[in-house]
Write a protein that binds this ligand. Structure first.
Ligand SMILES: C[S@@+](CC[C@H](N)C(=O)[O-])C[C@H]1O[C@@H](n2cnc3c(N)ncnc32)[C@H](O)[C@@H]1O
Length: 440
């Protein structure tokens, strides 16, 4: 039975379309997340990128948005994030009308917490599977550059060549959505450094490792991996060899790179070497999996305003519901394969269905690639950002694959009625034993 505050909510619940009600019931969701009377305190959030934080202050934002300063609330422990009353008409404000919006992003604070959960350091090579439209990707790029302590503004050519040692590689299956992401990267020069590239590819099979050529001077050019690759790919194949064709084909394959959909000059011609030493770092692999979006407030409210039929057809269709957790498991598995030992993977969805969250994690830890101690759920290393927004812990499920209470304590569920944000589920998985990429 879906949870609700009391029977007074029943009338509002009855007004929801039948497929959504069935989805809420079948997935044991808290119905308060869908009822306006429980969502009045939910705010909207803006992010000011690091390079503008000293100039775009709370006061400046209030003036540009045409609201009182008290309406712009800095979010505790998350630098550059501001909460606004939900009714604030951001798109109509001078902030947008006069083109000043390139100094701010609309981004829910829970998305920032998902990025925070990666524990980024300046040298991280990050993979962002399912990256579009790119809010988290832009924040990752910004945080990496800020962690590198690079100048906020680059003014001359030499500075533009500055290498940001950390990079983020975004992947999305939709070219249209990736184009939005690319536009965002171009529109908001978030970090001022060329440290983000995009691929249009299926995240279930994507196999491009972290970039080797970071910056114009091939910062890893003396690495044994690169030297070995050069040696292998330039070795002449003997014409007398019995399997010349196969060998040539193998050589060609080694040299073939997948064209990035977007990459700054410094990463455009990366040789894309497949090697265990080039798995994504420490790891910051973010699997922001495709889901039913049932707790994305913007998503649900859009359908409420425009009519529910599209939501039913596009997101709650029986075929899609049947296959969605399979897709999530495959994305998680591939992200895991691309993660280096000791690395950290963050799995997130904007659904609060246990089937798409706890059950995916339970499968991963008991039967999937994380079984036999190869992965463990870990709590936040620096929990301050999490404390900015109230969250529930994971739910242990009475199914064959159950998570322990200790494991559930490491899972975060942001429920809109409780957290005052859009909904999000977050799990952090640490890779504990050496695991190599399958041979190319
Ligand atoms: C929840 S959204 C990601 C939001 C994004 N991380 C952000 O912060 O803006 C899920 C994305 O997954 C993408 N997607 C769905 N199936 C995919 C697949 N098989 N491989 C890669 N991306 C996929 C969708 O196109 C969609 O853009």
């Amino acid at each position: 039975m879906a949870t609700r505050a009391d029977s007074a909510d029943d009338a509002s619940l009855a007004a929801l379309p039948a497929p959504l009600r069935a989805f809420i019931e079948d997935n044991d969701l808290d119905a308060r997340n869908f009822l306006a009377q429980h969502l009045q305190h939910v705010e909207r959030f803006l992010r000011v990128p690091t390079r503008w934080q000293s100039t775009v202050t709370r006061q400046v934002l209030a003036a540009q948005l045409g609201v009182a300063k008290t309406d712009v609330r800095p979010v505790a422990n998350l630098a550059g994030f501001y909460a606004l009353p939900r009714a604030t008409r951001v798109a109509q404000s001078s902030l947008y009308q006069e083109g000043k919006a390139s100094s701010v992003f609309g981004m829910d604070v829970t998305s920032a917490i998902a990025v925070h959960a990666l524990d980024l350091v300046a040298t991280d090579q990050v993979l962002d599977l399912c990256c579009a439209p790119g809010a988290k990707l832009c924040l990752i790029a910004d945080r990496l550059a800020a962690a590198a302590g690079t100048p906020a503004e680059q003014t001359n050519a030499e500075e533009k060549e500055t290498v940001c040692p950390g990079t983020v590689t975004g992947v999305d299956v939709s070219a249209q959505r990736a184009a939005t992401c690319r536009a965002l990267l171009r529109k908001y020069p978030v970090s001022g450094l060329p440290n983000a590239r995009l691929f249009v590819a299926d995240g279930r099979t994507f196999d491009v490792c972290a970039p080797v050529r970071v910056g114009p001077r091939w910062t890893r050019s003396n690495s044994p991996v690169l030297l070995q690759w050069h040696q292998e790919t330039t070795t002449k194949v003997s014409p007398a060899s019995a399997d010349t064709t196969d060998e040539r084909r193998a050589q060609r394959k080694k040299r073939t790179a997948s064209a990035p959909f977007y990459a700054p000059k410094t990463m455009r011609h990366d040789p894309q070497i497949k090697h265990s030493a080039l798995l994504y770092d420490k790891a910051s692999v973010l699997v922001d999996a495709e889901c039913t979006h049932d707790e994305s407030l913007a998503h649900v409210q859009k359908h409420e305003a425009k009519g529910w039929s599209e939501l039913e057809e596009a997101f709650l269709a029986p075929d899609r519901l049947r296959d969605i957790d399979q897709l999530q498991r495959q994305l998680l598995e591939n992200g895991w394969n691309l993660l280096r030992p000791g690395g950290l993977l963050v799995y997130a969805t904007c659904s609060l269905s246990t089937r798409q969250n706890e059950q995916v994690i339970a499968w991963f830890l008991r039967q999937g690639p994380g079984a036999q101690g190869r992965a463990r759920l870990v709590p936040a290393e620096n929990p301050t950002a999490y404390q900015s927004v109230p969250a529930h812990n994971g739910r242990s499920q009475a199914t064959t694959l159950t998570l322990t209470d200790a494991e559930c304590a490491h899972l975060l569920r942001f429920e809109p009625w409780h957290s005052g944000t859009s909904g999000l589920f977050i799990a952090r998985l640490r890779k504990t034993v050496p695991d190599m990429l399958p041979a190319p």
